[in-house]
Design a protein around this ligand. Structure first.
Ligand code: NAD
Length: 284
């Protein structure tokens, strides 16, 4: 089952990143979001990222124009009907994702593979929203998508081998390294990473050290390329909170309790880079 056209639901941090990765690999994409402002933000993010590649001499202006031309945008789910693969990359909310998946199911042609980029929600559970759960799979990209090499391919209880093979081949075509993961809340990477970030937030809340010192500690002491709080700003504090809530709710284990400071910062709209302020300030 070859994938030559990709539809993406959500033009945010991840949706625009997945669209860019596809466009760079020569694959045409249609990126859908709720309004023109959201799709325009997605295209702006892609343009900004490709501009950096031009400045570095990795691509020239002509290549950049070709890549941008491969990204079409829409606010109508119907416009994704002809795609071989539709990747759901909207806000991390189970009810919202189920609603989107039911809408996608209604317009997709038979045989279309439907994937979700969820960070934590059960693939088997989301698959239940669809007529054919065999064609549904988790395709978990990492942020920033054009840079990060990993894609977790998550098989739900009823996902077919054909579906897994098709998205694995696509991930490789995008230059990524796919790993197969069993369905479980947070999969592998976020099961380990998000509690570590949450613990860093507890450390900050308890005044063990400043944000800069906590990040320096993990960079210099553990050889991490980025500190956990700076990484949380990159991921989005709302996304980190949503993942911790899913882990806590699923495993019912207090070790996954979201740090109160994380909840408070999300309530304050301090979501990290995307709002200009998180553990650090990005306001120019
Ligand atoms: P984001 O907030 O940057 O973007 C979400 C986008 O979804 C927004 O543009 C929003 O308008 C759109 N959206 C909301 N409702 C919609 C609807 N009904 N139809 C179409 N679009 C809709 O979020 P993000 O960081 O891009 O996260 C998207 C998904 O990717 C989430 O499931 C998240 O858990 C997952 N994810 C995030 C990261 C990360 O580091 N941020 C990494 C891996 C996976």
């Amino acid at each position: 089952m070859a994938i030559d056209t990709v539809g993406i639901i959500g033009a945010g941090t991840m949706g625009s990143g997945i669209a860019q990765a596809c466009a760079q690999a020569g694959i045409g994409v249609t990126m859908q979001d709720i309004d023109d402002a959201a799709t325009a933000r997605g295209v702006k993010a892609i343009t900004g990222s490709l501009d950096r590649l031009v400045r570095k001499g990795t691509i020239d202006e002509a290549k950049k124009a070709e890549m941008i031309a491969r990204v079409r945008t829409t606010t109508r789910t119907d416009d994704l009907g002809a795609c071989d693969l539709i990747v759901e990359a909207a806000t991390e909310n189970e009810t919202l994702k189920e609603r989107i998946l039911r809408n996608v199911d209604a317009i997709a042609r038979p045989g279309t593979i439907i994937a979700t980029n969820t960070s934590s929600i059960s693939i088997t559970k989301l698959a239940a929203a669809l007529k054919d759960p065999q064609r549904f799979v988790g395709m978990h990209f990492f942020n920033p998508v054009p840079v990060m090499a990993l894609v977790e391919i998550i098989r739900g209880l009823r996902t077919s081998d054909e579906t897994v093979n098709a998205v694995t081949a696509l991930a490789q075509r995008l230059g990524k390294t796919p790993i197969g993961v069993k369905n479980s809340a947070g999969f592998v990477v976020n099961r380990i990473l998000c509690p570590m970030i949450n613990e860093a937030i507890f450390a900050l809340q308890e005044g063990l050290a400043s944000a800069e010192e906590i990040d320096a500690g993990m960079k210099l002491g553990c050889n991490h390329p980025i500190g956990p709080l700076a990484l949380c700003d990159l991921i989005g504090l709302d996304v980190e909170l949503a993942v911790m809530q899913v882990l806590y709710g699923t495993f019912n284990d207090p070790k996954y309790r979201p740090a109160p400071l994380l909840q408070e910062m999300v309530d304050a709209g301090m979501l990290g880079r995307k709002t200009g302020r998180g553990f650090y300030s990005y306001e120019k």
